[in-house]
Design a protein around this ligand. Structure first.
Ligand code: AMP
Length: 417
């Protein structure tokens, strides 16, 4: 029989290794819920149209989507990112604005798997709808920053740019197209033929040919209209006021088409450049309307969980363990006592596991050690007959004591302080 394995570009996280995932998630929810964002859940798959509207010309949508016809002949796709789903939900339910939501979930992209790049990966994100205020951009950028810092990602750089808006981007785009066309021969094969379609993407190309052309290209930041320039100034001022350092990166464009004005990326400077993009986001004032909703400004970010864990590893940060067990009940009497004691302790609010199957004391003590439990509570045939429980501190060592069954819950509470 063929051995069953996880698909390429995916992975399992077993309980022994999932502690950091839990800490990352709980830290994120604490930081963003503390700023008024509420959890949103959206489907893992959507009608393909939801994603097509975010950017027909991006690789994520053109080449990397897991799309298929379902058994009802509907053309659906696994979400490659979650902003589009949140926008779809916003348009469908029309909540009162300002509306702030956070999410955590798997995203799917058919990419070539490599370190830090998977086909199913996990993002944490926030989206805020209904305000064009630059102070909201600052809030969003600052929440991501604060989250990374709370986890201990210290080698962190914030890159910032403005992509202009509908009134200044078209003129800039023309300038850029003219410039790129005059250098068409020097561009990489892919971009030489895609200048008109999405000139901003050329700015993002990592190939050396494009890189040298792009170095001399006109920059949006030098061609902002007055409103966009004022907005950008206010964002810079806000970040300075919060003592969040940033670097203006005029070539920073986001992979997805719908961004306007503020755009930003968090880079992990302790990681190799292929995987140093920890997360990013920006304003997408045009997307809600482009997807058929009312004109609604919006801003948000998406952060990659796998990348965060890589950055923590690179910085040798160990996250605090998720609360370990209080006690482990070792049972080699095989009667009702272990079952009942475990239930009493759990009902009293303690975190308790136990041995099963009447395994040997040695194997149960090993399991107790592995569990990280502070106390072992031992029920052998003698204890079962006498109505007592043996108790031993697994962290401090020392002798095993005997406590009557009626007093054991109080004794556990006393020992755990
Ligand atoms: P994007 O939605 O492309 O802006 O990506 C936001 C963040 O998600 C990136 O900065 C990465 O941290 C993460 N990310 C994107 N694609 C992948 C992938 N294939 N595997 C792991 N993380 C990813």
């Amino acid at each position: 029989m063929v051995e069953l394995r996880h698909p390429p570009g995916t992975f399992d996280v077993l309980p022994a290794a999932s502690g950091p995932w839990q800490i990352v998630l709980s830290t994120f929810s604490r930081v963003v819920a503390g700023a008024g964002y509420g959890l949103i859940l959206t489907p893992t798959f959507e009608d393909i149209g939801v994603f097509q509207r975010i950017g027909e010309s991006t690789d994520v949508v053109r080449k990397e989507m897991y799309d298929f016809l379902d058994k009802g002949e509907r053309h659906v796709a696994l979400r490659p990112e979650q902003t589009a789903s949140v926008v779809r939900a916003y348009i469908e339910h029309r909540p009162v604005t300002p509306w702030k939501a956070w999410y955590a979930g798997s995203q799917f992209r058919f990419e070539r798997p490599q370190a830090g790049r998977y086909r199913e990966f996990h993002q944490l994100g926030i989206e805020a709808f209904g305000s064009a205020d630059a102070d909201l951009d600052v809030e969003v950028v600052a929440l991501g920053w604060e989250f990374y810092r709370a986890l201990g990602v210290n080698r962190l750089e914030l890159l910032l740019n403005s992509l202009g808006d509908a009134s200044c981007r078209p003129a800039y785009r023309q300038l850029l197209v003219a410039y790129l066309k005059s250098h068409r021969q020097e561009l990489c094969d892919e971009h030489a033929h895609r200048i008109e379609e999405n000139p901003l993407r050329v700015l993002d190309c990592k190939r050396p040919q494009c890189r040298s052309v792009v170095a001399g290209a006109p920059r949006q930041i030098d061609h902002l209209c007055d409103d966009c320039a004022a907005h950008f100034n206010r964002v810079e001022e806000g970040l300075r006021a919060l003592s969040i350092p940033f670097t203006i990166q005029p070539l920073l464009v986001r992979g997805l088409d719908y961004y306007t004005r503020t755009t930003f990326e968090y880079a992990g400077t302790g990681l190799e450049s292929a995987q140093n993009a920890l997360g990013g986001g920006g304003r997408y004032d045009g997307l809600v309307a482009a997807m058929g909703g009312p004109d609604t400004p919006a801003v948000g970010f998406a952060l990659g969980v796998e990348r965060i864990l890589l950055a923590l590893e690179a910085d040798a940060v160990t996250l605090p363990p998720v609360a370990p067990l209080d006690a482990f009940v070792v049972d080699f009497a095989g009667g009702a006592q272990a079952r009942d004691l475990t239930a009493r302790l759990r009902a009293a609010g303690f975190r308790v596991d136990r041995g099963f199957d009447g395994r040997s004391p040695k194997s149960q003590f090993k399991a107790a050690d592995r569990s990280g439990a502070r106390l072992a509570l031992i029920i052998g045939p003698d204890e079962a007959a006498e109505g007592t429980v043996g108790i031993k501190d697994l962290h401090e060592g020392g002798e095993q004591a005997s406590v009557s069954s009626g007093e054991i819950v109080d004794e556990v509470a006393r020992r755990l302080g």
